[in-house]
Design a protein around this ligand. Structure first.
Ligand SMILES: [Mn+2]
Length: 364
């Protein structure tokens, strides 16, 4: 396991590299360059500058998140070929700068969805929150406006303005696309990029749909073990892997997360992991919790044990935390609760490794 931290770059994040470096056991970042729109080539010079800057702070960058897939690829439009070529060039450029894993998703239109970014918990902390009942009274346009209004001025990943500017047109186009067609378009994309990944030694990690079910009647194809089985078989290569996000996949209580880790871990298809807890509050209603197992419905001990046993070399990061101790930060991405999460995960790992005679502890 390599413990990492998501960071949005200088001027885009309330957390500094120095603070991240001071979290015990932290080896590096899951990095972000969010100035490029989906479909653009990320220039090698800009990636190099970013990686050098992070390295100077004593941290690695071997994982990059959110190399967004252009909607035309997801919709299977004729323009997709150029966007796939651009994506391949971005993969090559990232590999040239030492990137080993790229996290992305294949969710149409919307990335993650919440109805509240700062729902107050009993202890006065706040966390991201979702209630399907609230969604029912909203249009997609409402949810975009609602999320933007509550972002605290931060640009939120998945809610990039250029991605949402054409919302009406794109929603209309998706009316003719069902889950099977979306999966066929996905296969076309993977067949285009995976040979490049194999050539340059990069693994793709697809992030699960968040929440783990379809929304607004738009098809979604990545929110269960059965669906991920289909995805990893679209192109049978270790480069076609998963970013197994426990909180996203775990938003549906029917998904057994430790079992999913064991399943895909033993197939060597987990490229990296996001780890957080969720607390179920009713049907399709949940809040995000502290990482501690007892603060939610996911068993973090079983999750880390499954990682230890089947994917011990995986890159991992604490995912969204609560906002605690009056911190002001991007929703879900404060320093304090994620640092507590990293420390807790490291503690679980140490206990599991020592109890096992430290057979897999070298990865730690
Ligand atoms: Mn995640």
């Amino acid at each position: 396991m390599k413990m990492t931290f998501r960071w949005y770059g200088e001027g885009n994040d309330s957390v500094s590299l120095k603070q991240i470096k001071q979290i015990p056991g932290m080896t590096g970042l899951m990095g972000v360059l969010d100035q490029y729109a989906a479909g653009e080539v990320w220039p090698v010079e800009a990636i190099r500058e970013y990686v050098d800057h992070v390295n100077k702070a004593g941290l690695e960058v071997e994982v990059i998140e959110s190399v967004n897939v252009h909607e035309d690829i997801k919709m299977g439009l004729p323009t997709r070929d150029q966007y796939i070529e651009n994506y391949k060039q971005t993969i090559r450029n990232l590999a040239e700068c030492g990137i080993k894993v790229i996290v992305y998703n294949f969710m149409p239109v919307f990335d993650w969805l919440r109805t509240d970014l700062a729902r107050e918990n009993e202890d006065g902390s706040t966390a991201l929150y979702y209630d399907e009942e609230e969604i029912k009274g909203m249009t997609p346009q409402d949810i975009v406006a609602n999320t933007a209004a509550k972002s605290g001025g931060y640009k939120l990943p998945g809610w990039e303005p250029e991605r949402l500017a054409e919302l009406d047109r794109i929603l209309e186009l998706y009316k003719g696309i069902d889950a099977e067609q979306l999966l066929a378009n996905y296969k076309y994309f993977l067949e285009g990029i995976i040979p490049t990944c194999e050539e340059v030694g990069v693994r793709m990690g697809v992030h699960p749909d968040d929440p783990a079910w379809p929304v607004f009647g738009i098809p979604r194809i990545a929110h269960s073990v059965a669906q991920f089985d289909r995805i990893v078989n679209l192109v049978d290569s270790p480069a076609n892997g998963l970013c197994l996000c426990t909180g996203s996949l775990g938003s549906n209580p029917e998904n057994d997360i430790p079992a999913a880790i064991r399943h895909f871990g033993s197939m060597d298809r987990i490229a990296c992991m996001h780890v957080r807890n969720v607390k179920y509050m009713g049907n399709r209603r949940f809040r995000e919790g502290a990482h501690l197992s007892s603060d939610g419905n996911l068993d973090l001990y079983e999750i880390i044990k499954a990682v230890y046993e089947t994917a011990p070399d995986v890159y991992i990061r604490p995912d969204h935390g609560r906002m605690i101790w009056d911190e002001q930060a991007r929703a879900g991405y404060g320093l304090y609760d994620r640092a507590l999460g990293a420390t807790y995960i490291n503690g679980l790992w140490e206990a599991i490794a020592k109890n096992d005679g430290q057979k897999n502890a070298k990865a730690f």
